[in-house]
Design a protein around this ligand. Structure first.
Ligand SMILES: O=C(O)c1ccccc1NCC(=O)[C@H](O)[C@H](O)COP(=O)(O)O
Length: 389
């Protein structure tokens, strides 16, 4: 457990028992992680419609639910840590003071400061997603899905491009900015860039939907889909909740990213199943051997991305792809017929050749092509030849 929690009773009050965070994770955590946000969402809505109609008892219930939700966050952190995941799902300081009633609540650890950029993104995402869920509950999303156009075959498009060109199939990224590089392109028109990529021979596109850190959006994803771009689309998000997968499907995604550095095994298993149910491909991203071994232990994975960028330090090293595909891991990947995508830091035909030699059948590239005045020609530069033919 991260640090110590001290609960001091205020004068004249007795100390209520507070659940231990070291209880084994069980259905409790799962139940709350799925149901709670939906139940919570009704409270603010009711309050908005009927101001002043929430009784003290209901308010107490709402607070109790928020406390439970915070406990779940702590469970999730513990489960994740046991799998070597360093990213904590939520800040360790817990719910605001009034949620714990009469107690003074303090954490004696490193407080609310994220340890690295990935953790900062995840903490922000947690707040963002709960707000989005309140505005559009899952039940509403499910209705939209019934009328959504069918998904396109993301993995099939990569395989077809690889067989056609003899080169890794390209997932070209529509990326305006990044935490490590800042703004990559000032005159950023997502649809124009997507069309240029398609014309340049990209098999699939990756569209960043995170607004705060990457200046992307779900509107960009939707606009590209509605513009008639044929390449299947990857929703490049920081998924922490199954709700986001449903939302991505509605906004036109054909595939979605799941990051092993953020998601415990059980979440990956569960989310991969949801993706299948919705007709989406899941690109499960790993960065080190431990993450690769965890993901290889999960049934039903068709697509693994090896990120050459360490998302905690920004360090990029393309030899990471080779390292993770050597020996038994590479053999197991072949046996399981998994397509591997080499991600990040690819700028030249030599780089592409290097990761292809290591065993990838696809590459995911952003910076080197999005920065070119004609991103389609950027693709020709990246591969050393025109791959649209
Ligand atoms: O790109 C970043 O700075 C970054 C920081 C923190 C988390 C994720 C980040 N990038 C996501 C990606 O991995 C890349 O957008 C993608 O692989 C393309 O990389 P590149 O070709 O190097 O732009």
């Amino acid at each position: 457990m991260e640090g110590l929690i001290s609960l001091k009773s205020s004068p004249g009050t007795s100390l209520r028992s507070f659940p231990s965070f070291n209880q084994p994770p069980n259905s409790f955590a799962r139940r709350f992680s799925m149901d709670l946000p939906l139940r919570r969402s009704s409270f603010p809505a009711i309050r908005a419609q009927h101001p002043g109609t929430i009784s003290p008892k209901e308010e107490e219930e709402e607070d109790a639910l928020k406390v439970k939700e915070w406990e779940v966050g702590m469970f999730q952190n513990e489960v994740a840590a046991s799998q070597g995941i360093r990213i904590r799902r939520r800040p360790p300081t817990g719910p605001p003071l009034h949620y714990v009633g009469p107690f003074e609540f303090r954490l004696q650890n490193d407080g609310n400061t994220p340890r690295n950029i990935l953790e900062e993104i995840v903490w922000h995402k947690d707040t963002e997603v709960s707000q989005m869920k309140e505005r559009r509950p899952l039940a509403t999303l499910k209705k939209f899905i019934e009328n959504a156009p069918p998904t396109r075959d993301f993995v099939g498009a990569l395989k077809a491009a690889h067989s056609r060109t003899g080169l890794p199939g390209l997932i070209a990224e529509v990326k305006k900015a990044s935490p490590s590089r800042g703004i990559l392109r000032e005159d950023f028109d997502p649809v124009e860039i997507a069309r240029a990529y398609e014309k340049g021979g990209a098999a699939c596109l990756s569209v960043l939907t995170d607004e705060k850190f990457f200046k992307g959006s779900f509107e960009n994803l939707e606009a590209i889909r509605n513009a008639g771009v044929q390449c299947p689309l990857l929703c490049k998000e920081f998924v922490i909740d199954a709700w986001q997968i449903y939302y991505a499907r509605i906004k036109g995604a054909d595939a979605i990213l799941l990051i092993a550095a953020v998601l415990p095994d059980l979440d990956i298993r569960y989310m991969v199943k949801i993706c299948k149910m919705l007709g989406l491909a899941a690109l499960v991203e790993v960065h080190d051997e431990r993450e690769m071994d965890r993901v290889l232990g999960i049934e039903g994975i068709e697509l693994i991305g090896i990120n050459n960028r360490n998302l905690e330090t920004f360090e990029v090293d393309i030899s990471n792809t080779k390292k993770l595909l050597e020996g038994e891991r590479g053999q197991l990947i072949c046996q399981k017929d998994i397509i591997v995508v080499g991600e990040s830091g690819l700028f030249t035909p030599d780089h592409v050749g290097y990761v292809q030699e290591a065993g990838v059948k696809a590459v995911l590239v952003g910076e080197s092509i999005v920065k070119q005045s004609d991103p389609g020609k950027g693709i020709t530069g990246l591969f050393g030849r025109d791959i649209s033919l």
